[in-house]
Write a protein that binds this ligand. Structure first.
Ligand SMILES: Cc1ncc(COP(=O)(O)O)c(C=O)c1O
Length: 350
């Protein structure tokens, strides 16, 4: 069954009978500021895409890792991983996942017949992990924003190595944070220390504001890189996307600028949302510099507010549990509209 995500503006626009161009779409965690797309040589459109060695160099530097595979988004890895993991380890397996989190992980493992255990806020007890089990950590988590330090992740990594299990760290939204928070640099590969107990996923489209080009990275040891390269085959990522990503990953000054801008916008938007909704209605605002998630004292207010905002052409993401609202970060020019739509929705609600 296809899962519902943000970004389905076409359907929402049809439902609320508002032309697509008139919406303020904050339904995803894609940055509202995009990396400026460089000129693309005609050859990149004409030729079948080969692996661009310059992109690999740029990506290894940006992700601070020794080995990676370029994919057409980390989703490709999420979907294919369970079947590949079964080939590696045939024993009965348990997968630990966040109760609230990007649901594609849970769906992929469930379809492949694994037993799912959901954890809430705290990771599963380290001594309770079963042999060959898999722990999925989304860091920071989408939509809760929960973040685990490298030290904590390392403890799970070590334990899963002993158990011949697998740690999956999904860092789709980590780019807006300082580089040293990422777990990518822990990936060891080659020689005797062949690392096959760790996979880190990186998403390109969110931080760089270019979700449409579909590119992502698997950071892992030799074993997983080989398995996925074989499975995905040639022409995974189109040539223009590889050129754009190469430029973007190399542009250190732009990364710093983007982080600062996103951080400032997030702070202002958080203040705006607290002012409009107030602590009488909202119990918490959590997230990261790419999205903000609102929890409500009365859970069903999320659904009502979602509908009232859509009626005004403001599209945010109602959680699968229908009890929180996630807002992507808006541009400063859109704050006024966001503010007045939220106020109007609040007035009708109360
Ligand atoms: C936590 C998380 N991981 C992975 C993905 C997949 O992103 P992509 O395939 O664009 O890398 C998403 C998409 O929204 C996500 O929210």
């Amino acid at each position: 069954m296809a899962l519902i995500h943000g970004g389905q503006l076409q359907q929402v626009a049809e439902k609320y009978k508002i032309p697509m161009a008139d919406w303020l779409d904050l339904s995803t965690g894609v940055a509202p500021i995009s990396y400026p797309v460089p000129d693309i040589p005609l050859s990149a459109w004409q030729q079948l895409p080969q692996q661009n060695p310059e992109l690999i160099i740029a990506a290894k530097k940006y992700y601070q890792c020794a080995q990676l595979v370029v994919t057409n988004g980390s989703q490709a890895i999420i979907k294919a991983l369970p079947e590949l993991y079964r080939q590696r380890s045939k024993a009965i397996q348990t997968v630990y996942l966040p109760e609230r989190g990007y649901k594609e992980h849970a769906q992929a493992w469930e379809i492949a017949g694994f037993t799912l255990h959901f954890y809430h806020d705290v990771l599963p007890g380290i001594t309770e992990l079963e042999p060959n089990s898999v722990v999925v950590i989304i860091n920071p988590n989408n939509p809760t924003g929960q973040f685990f330090s490298r030290d904590i992740i390392k403890r799970y990594h070590q334990r899963l190595k002993q158990l011949n299990g697998l740690l999956v760290v999904d860092e789709a939204f980590i780019d807006a944070m300082p580089d040293e928070q990422s777990y990518c640099s822990e990936v060891i590969f080659g020689g005797d220390c062949e690392e096959n107990n760790l996979i880190v996923l990186r998403s390109f489209g969110k931080f760089f504001g270019l979700a449409g080009i579909r590119i992502g990275f698997l950071v892992a040891g030799k074993y997983w890189c080989k398995k996925f390269s074989e499975l995905l085959g040639p022409w995974q990522v189109n040539g223009p996307a590889q050129i754009i990503a190469e430029h973007a990953l190399n542009d250190r000054a732009w990364h710093n600028q983007q982080r600062n801008k996103l951080h400032t916008l997030r702070e202002r938007q958080e203040t705006l949302l607290w002012q409009v909704f107030s602590s009488e209605l909202v119990s918490a605002i959590e997230g990261c510099d790419l999205f903000l998630t609102l929890s409500f004292h009365q859970a069903n207010n999320a659904k009502v507010l979602y509908h009232l905002l859509c009626q005004q052409g403001v599209y945010c993401r109602l959680s699968d549990e229908q009890d929180t609202l996630r807002f992507g970060i808006a541009l400063e020019d859109d704050f006024k509209r966001l503010d007045s739509a939220c106020r109007q929705a609040c007035n009708i609600l109360t």
